[in-house]
Design a protein around this ligand. Structure first.
Ligand SMILES: *Cc1c(COP(=O)(O)O)cnc(C)c1O
Length: 363
């Protein structure tokens, strides 16, 4: 029995046009589609972390304030614990920011956010699910911020939040700091969220902008440096704002294994994280070189993936790779300048070689 008509009049109207976020299903030998780190953890390190996850008392609720974890994040990010809010991945943190900062500006019927395109889909997805409007400003020809376009969107859209990922997903490059500053200065009464999910693989961090401007927040996550399974992310922002956003958070949003695991990773696994960075950056440059030799255009990357232009429509190349057991992410269905674009995560050496072999047939 279809019960939807019963609820149609009370469901949020945006949901009718949305699809649930489901990563590509199916079994593939080589998964280079989700920007996860390659499995480099030694069995000993794995065992140490596994031990750290186990709660001393299963019947107890976790620490509702994630105090120790926030201290570890603060030390990692050069902040104080009251400037940190932790959540189940950056995804939850993005949702909390949207939930707290969603008052429509005077004369507008809903709150608005501004972001770039292409970029991480969760900003838009999460905003839409809350009835918040999203304005997407295309990146320029080099996949950097279009300051003019951003300024116009800020002026006309009067956003509450501006989301900028740097390095950006899926394009891989960092935004130029000068342009980022221009955007921050153009929106002094909005919160500019700089998403640094990939900062470990970048030449530099934009996090110092947080000290320079009171309207900047910086997102971080463990997901891309080897610990996506834990689902822990955070935002660093002025303490007064964190205190407000914290009121939207559910008290036990992070389980004890999440809190203990993430604290352990940040405090005790610095060498392991460093090893992921070094390996991924070296492999990234090796594959980029090989692809360029094959005549494939590769955008310079500061992340753990490559943004490549395929010689044929990306959808076709994607399908042929998938048939060979190599899963990547295609943006071809979006058409336009994305019609020949694939995003490929840097994997283990033999996985990357499989990708190169499979792509060689197209050149
Ligand atoms: C992968 C990614 C994240 C991570 O999200 P989590 O919820 O922490 O796993 C955040 N921002 C961007 C731009 C990403 O690509």
């Amino acid at each position: 029995m279809n019960t939807l008509p019963r609820f149609a009049s009370i469901l949020r109207p945006e949901l009718a046009e949305m699809v649930a976020y489901v990563p590509h299903p199916g079994a593939y030998e080589v998964r280079l589609d989700a920007n996860e780190a390659p499995p480099l953890l030694s069995p000993e390190a794995h065992a140490r972390l596994a031990r750290a996850l186990v709660p001393p008392a299963l019947q107890r609720y976790p620490d509702p304030r994630s105090q120790e974890l926030r201290e570890a994040i603060a030390a990692h990010a050069g902040a104080t614990p009251d400037e940190v809010l932790a959540g189940a991945g950056s995804d939850e943190v993005i949702a909390l920011l949207l939930g707290a900062l969603d008052r429509p500006r005077e004369g507008l019927s809903s709150a608005t956010i501004v972001t770039t395109t292409p970029t991480f889909v969760m900003y838009r997805h999460s905003a839409r699910a809350r009835g918040i409007k999203t304005i997407e400003v295309p990146l320029d020809a080099r996949w950097d911020l279009d300051v003019g376009g951003m300024k116009r969107a800020i002026e006309f859209g009067r956003p509450n939040i501006i989301f900028v990922a740097t390095p950006n997903n899926p394009t891989g490059g960092a935004m130029s700091e000068e342009r980022l500053r221009a955007v921050i200065e153009a929106a002094p009464d909005a919160l500019v969220v700089i998403d640094e999910a990939y900062v470990a693989f970048a030449q530099k961090s934009a996090a110092s902008l947080r000290g320079a401007y009171p309207n900047v927040a910086v997102l971080g996550t463990l997901s891309k440096i080897g610990f996506a399974s834990l689902r822990v992310g955070w935002v660093v922002a002025p303490a007064e704002l964190i205190a407000e956003v914290d009121k939207v958070r559910q008290p036990y949003n992070l389980s004890i294994p999440q809190q203990r695991g993430a604290t352990f990773v940040l405090r005790e696994m610095r060498a392991e994280i460093e090893a992921v960075k070094t390996f991924v950056v070296a492999e990234r440059e090796r594959i980029a070189g090989e692809l360029r030799r094959m005549g494939i255009e590769v955008t310079p990357s500061e992340a753990n993936f490559l943004w490549i232009e395929t010689p044929h429509p990306a959808v076709e190349v994607f399908e042929s790779l998938a048939k060979k057991g190599v899963l990547v992410r295609s943006f071809g269905a979006r058409g336009g300048r994305l019609s020949r674009r694939l995003r490929v995560t840097v994997g283990l050496t033999h996985e990357n070689d499989r990708l190169l072999e499979a792509l060689a047939e197209w050149t």
